[in-house]
Design a protein around this ligand. Structure first.
Ligand SMILES: Cc1cc2nc3c(=O)[nH]c(=O)nc-3n(C[C@H](O)[C@H](O)[C@H](O)COP(=O)(O)O)c2cc1C
Length: 207
C-alpha cells in the first residue's frame, strides 16, 4: 500500500499551514487506500535542529527523515518566512538522502501573511523538490491568514484548488500502476473499486 506523508515546516502547534495540508491530504485519502503518516516540526523540530549533520540525529529525528524517504506521496507544507520556506524545512531536506527520492510525488503547500509571497512555491519550493528528481503536482496551494478561520478554509477558491490538487495527485499516483519502473508502481488500490471524482470529471470532458 502506498504511503502518504504530510510534512509541516511550521514550528507552531496551531499551525494554519497544517489546515491546508490536512485538507488536501484528507481529499486524497478519500479517493485512495493509503497509509498515512505525518512529520510535524512543532514536535520533532528540536530533534532535527539539534543535529548539524545526519549521523548526529537522535533516533526520533532519524525516524522522521526515514519516514520521508519511504513516502510515495509527500504533502510538503511551510509557512513563508522571510520570503522563503522555513529554515527548519530546508534543514530537514538537507538530511534526506539525495538519491532515494527520485520519482516520488509531492503536493506543495504554503501559508503567508501576504498574497505577494505566494510565488515562493514556484520559485523556491518546487525547485527544491526538483533537486530530488521528484514529481510535483501542478496545482499548488497558498493561503493567507484571512483564508483560514477556526481551523477551516473559508475561501471557496482555495477549497476548489485543494480539490484540484488532490485530483492531480490521485491521477499521478494511479498513473504509476502497472509501471514496474515507476516508484510505487502497483502499490495503489482504489478504495471499493469505485470511480474517483477525477474519473467522473474526465468523462464529462468533450471528445
Ligand atoms: C519569522 C517569520 C517570518 C515571516 N515572514 C513572512 C514573509 O516573508 N512573507 C509572508 O507572507 N509572511 C511571513 N510570515 C507570516 C507567516 O508566513 C504566516 O503567519 C503563516 O500563515 C504562519 O503559518 P503557520 O500558522 O503554519 O505557522 C512570517 C512569520 C514569521 C513568524
Amino acid at each position: 500500500m502506498a504511503l502518504m506523508v504530510r510534512v509541516n515546516g511550521s514550528p507552531r502547534r496551531n499551525s494554519r499551514t497544517s489546515v491546508l495540508i490536512d485538507a488536501v491530504g484528507d481529499a486524497i485519502a478519500a479517493e485512495l487506500t493509503l497509509q498515512n503518516a505525518r512529520i510535524d516540526f512543532s514536535s520533532v523540530g528540536p530533534e532535527i535542529l539539534s543535529a548539524l549533520v545526519r549521523d548526529r540525529l537522535s533516533p526520533e529525528g532519524e525516524r522522521a527523515v526515514q519516514l520521508a524517504e519511504c513516502a510515495d506521496l509527500l504533502i510538503v507544507g511551510t509557512p513563508v518566512y522571510r520570503a522563503s520556506y522555513s529554515g527548519i524545512l530546508k534543514h530537514f531536506f538537507d538530511m534526506v538522502d539525495k538519491d532515494v527520492m527520485r520519482g516520488r510525488i509531492a503536493v506543495l503547500v504554503a501559508t503567508g501573511g501576504t498574497p505577494l509571497h505566494g510565488l515562493m512555491l514556484e520559485h523556491q519550493l518546487r525547485p527544491l523538490m526538483a533537486f530530488f528528481s521528484m514529481h510535483t503536482v501542478p496545482t499548488t496551494l497558498y493561503a493567507v491568514e484571512s483564508d483560514i478561520s477556526d481551523g477551516r478554509i473559508v475561501s471557496p477558491a482555495i477549497v476548489e484548488r485543494v480539490n484540484r490538487a488532490a485530483r492531480e495527485a490521485v491521477a499521478m499516483l494511479l498513473g504509476r500502476q502497472g509501471d514496474p519502473d515507476a516508484y510505487g508502481g502497483n502499490s495503489m488500490r482504489r478504495r471499493h473499486n469505485r470511480p474517483t471524482s477525477f474519473d467522473e470529471e474526465a468523462r464529462r470532458l468533450p471528445g
